[in-house]
Design a protein around this ligand. Structure first.
Ligand SMILES: C[S@@+](CC[C@H](N)C(=O)[O-])C[C@H]1O[C@@H](n2cnc3c(N)ncnc32)[C@H](O)[C@@H]1O
Length: 199
């Protein structure tokens, strides 16, 4: 993956390289997991927007501890070599009929983790609107693919839509809240919606 000057100065990026992860985003999932126990060993996990693969690799190594199953889906291929044995990867739109049929053949899932994000344009209104639409689609996918008592993590760019989604998630889960991990860049407007214990 290309490394910008901003990345080079970042201690999370250096740590990710040292620990063998393709992206610094791994430390966001680490913090979300430490506070919420989203995934446990033996779980079947769906990772939406998984490339280049840090969340997938972290889930394999540290959360499932090699025991369980991860279905990773992204528009782009994972950059993991080798792909861990618990992982089945699909390239495509996570919300397309074709991919959803594949997901259904593996599911339902104990946890759905989504770090999916749109290509950013630099226009905050456009980027936020696209991110909200992606997040809505993940909620909809969770209605279809997440087990009762399952947990959900969704990235969203902060804007008006996040409150609406949180209200929707509160109908679906025993508990729903937002969490902005410390590993998010200080100038980033992303946050995460967490749903715990699907009703
Ligand atoms: C921030 S990256 C994810 C980083 C990843 N969690 C990691 O730790 O390596 C966001 C990803 O969302 C993916 N994405 C965006 N829309 C998608 C869609 N409709 N279906 C599948 N993946 C999508 C992008 O291709 C991109 O790779």
């Amino acid at each position: 993956m290309a490394t910008s000057r901003r990345d080079k100065a970042d201690s999370y990026t250096l740590r990710a390289h040292r620990e063998g992860y393709p992206a610094r985003s791994v430390y966001k999932l680490e913090e979300i997991q430490q506070q919420n126990r989203i995934v446990k060993p033996g779980d079947k996990v769906l990772d939406v927007g998984a490339a280049p693969g840090s969340w997938t690799l972290y889930t394999h190594r540290e959360l499932l501890k090699g025991n369980g199953e991860i279905i990773a889906v992204d528009l782009n291929p994972l950059n993991l070599n080798p792909v861990p044995p618990t992982v089945t990867a699909y390239v495509g739109d996570a919300f397309s009929k074709e991919i959803r049929e594949k997901l259904t053949s593996h599911g339902p899932f104990d946890a759905i983790i989504s770090d999916a994000a749109p290509m950013t344009t630099g226009n905050r209104t456009v980027d936020t609107t696209r991110s909200e639409y992606l997040a809505e689609q993940v909620v909809w996918l969770a209605k279809e693919q997440l087990k009762q008592h399952g947990n959900l993590v969704i990235k969203i760019f902060q804007g008006g839509g996040q409150q609406k989604l949180l209200i929707e998630m509160r109908k679906m889960f025993s508990k729903a809240k937002t969490l902005k991990p410390k590993a998010c860049r200080t100038d980033s407007f992303e946050t995460y919606l967490i749903g715990l214990d699907r009703l």
